[in-house]
Design a protein around this ligand. Sequence first.
Ligand SMILES: [Mg+2]
Length: 403
Amino acid sequence: MTITALTTYRSLEFPNLLWLEAETADGVVGLGETFYAAEAVEAYIHANLAPIVLGMSAVDIEAVHYRTRPYIGFVAASTELRARSALDIALWDVLGKLTGQPISVLLGGRIRSQIPVYNTCAGNQYVRGTKLGTTQNFGIASSGTDQNYEDLDRFLNDPVGLAGSLLDMGIDSMKIWPFDFAAESTQGQFISPAELDKALAPFKAIKKEYGDRMQISAELHGMWNLSESLIICQALDEIGMRWIEDPVFLTNPTGIQELKRTVRSRIAMGETRGGADDFKIFLDTGALSLLILDIGWCGGLTEARRCAALAGAYLTPVAAHDCNGPVVLSASVHFCQATPNAYVQEIVRAFYYGWYAEIVTELPPIVDGAISAPEGPGLGMELLPDFKVRESTLSRTTRYQMT
Ligand SMILES: [Mg+2]
């Protein structure tokens, strides 16, 4: 079971994604993934993680998790934590392949066979570039249609058509972020009545047409100061949101504590933070209605399990984040199948029905608005062999040196 090699893959076509394969002496290979600053994560894996974990047993996942806890770069979804997350997912995949069991079974067994999805209404090119956190990385393509799922263009220009297209697929929950343009123009310091009306229009139009048949969530991306966020959240309260996500940036608990005093909607956040100890600070406020976990950022499946148990003790559900890549999506679905307080699984249908299939052999099937894990042991998917050898794919391997 000795871990004998770590191989990373990153792609010039998908420059934010980083894949990791952990290979054992028995020839079993496990797959992991993370997102953001892929080159930095790659460097950290080879320079800092490899010397620790090469030579360790791949099935001693807790030991690897413990020994790779960084001294710095520990709080929030840092480069160090993202690298550790990718490694952790890969080791659960190894364990699955060694035992012939899906990860959901290894996590304790399934409490549900499938989990409902909601659609994050991004388009195919959303956050494809490395200019992160700006509307310039929205990758908006015009003339969105049902065929190409340019859902960001559609929520701005054809929200009712977009909602109808999702309902036709059996998806009755969606998330949009029309406030970001106004936020960027004032650095989140002021929203004018006209900008507020413009951003509220898609929500109102969808609710008018479909009522409660479509559940809508608002993503604010942590871009607003407290007073403007409060104005926006109260206006959204009147329309009726499933949840409001990252209404302020999650640097400390003050903002959500203040919002919770008057905002009726569920407040969701957490994807930018990492680890159970970190989440406790925010759960302690009592202001969080939904903890959002990215398994490729929070410390992997090992840490996600702790986060969910902790949230459960606060009577709070967890939702799995997916706006990054197909491997984390599969890990997330296994996690949701085995986690009692899992609430919903995020998907981006433009990714799922688009480029995800260029990268992996299988995807978690979606049927009637619910997703289940792929069949087979471990994650139930591999990187496609031809993706690994594309000219635009860069790989790097560090091997165990027997001394
Ligand atoms: Mg989010």
